[in-house]
Design a protein around this ligand. Sequence first.
Ligand code: HAM
Length: 421
Amino acid sequence: MIQNIRGFRDILPEDTKLWQKIEKIASELFKDFGFKEIRIPIIEKSDLFVRSIGQTTDIVEKEMYTFEDRKGDKLTLRPEATASIVRSYIQYKMYAVNPIKKLYTIGPMFRRERPQKGRFRQFYQINAEVFGISSPYIDAQLILMLNEFFKRLGIRELNAHINSLGCFDCRPVFQKVLKKFLGSKKDMLCSNCKTRMQENPLRTLDCKALSCKKALYDAPSILNLLCDECSNHFNTVKETLDKQNINYIVDKNLVRGLDYYSRTAFEIHTNLLGAQSAVAGGGRYDALIKELGGPEIPAIGFAIGFDRLAEILAEMGALGQTTKIQGPDIFIISIGKKSLETGYFLSVELNLQKIKTEINFDKKSLKSLMKKADKLNATYVLIIGHKNLETNGFILRNMNTKEQITISRENTVKEILEHLK
Ligand code: HAM
């Protein structure tokens, strides 16, 4: 038997209702805040991700699904959506008339990480990006939107962590100071960080190895070395969040796993999912559009981990675990070949009138089919038997009240619709 690939899973029918609910709440929230949906390809040229996410990140070094197609082009299954949305923004010159664009997308991403609770190789993200606004108010607004999204879903126990990663003026100063500090702790660093500390010292702050975490506990803080502009920007973000009563924790070691960020970076954490505690992450990436060949336009965005969110909600019993699965409006019971044909045409006609139906295609006794209707949690059964065909009438039975009426053969759909109103 062929099974799915490790880290790739099916979202089964009993779970998709929850996924649809999350999607609906997300789309409504985005609409409320003026976002429009964009849909982007699942595969892009590898270079797009290497250049945006950064050569020395875990994603690019170890996790991308990269392959050559039949013509030898190097392609990658998207590990995230931001790079593709930026590519599209530049490619279609979305900045031409008005550079301000608010876009969102929901879909699967692919990273070859070690699968565990809350971590998959195909996972889904709800992704939002804002182009063309450099004001710190928009940074606070995105954090507020995340807050509101979780509130609408009824999730409360979350912590927002925020930091500033500075800009291309002040970050090099911090990198120098950090390198010096790392030099003094070199023995404690993992082999990966020993190499990374030269080219990309900030990455060491993100390392999950326990020895590195210990070594970096009292690492210098970038917040002490921000230039005036970055410092003012970060202060306004914090003040705005304070005024909006949004709780947050300033986390000086928060650097995010992608290299394109500058200034504000944030993550939303939960303690409901063990080690995989981040349910959302994002930040400003003011240099990326230019870096990928577009004009100098600021940008900021976030992505929510759909799978992790669904897991939290399932654990919370968000849909009320005791509620029965919704059954068909009408279970059509047809007894005999002739009545099956009548039942089949009737069921389609009812479907076209937005009435959910189920029908038995196999021959069974009335008793066992009534039992099946019960099991399916049908609201009504419509019985089409030999006798009923002869008398030109069908029986419509309410499964809750046990009340029955006769429906005429000529006006079946009309009479059913009237009765169900
Ligand atoms: P990220 O932090 O890499 O950011 O991913 C965002 C969220 O996706 C994480 O917080 C997590 O909930 C979820 N996630 C990541 N990897 C996995 C996985 N293997 N299994 C399950 N869930 C996962 C980004 O991807 C950025 N593009 C966010 C962004 C948008 N920044 C600016 N705009």
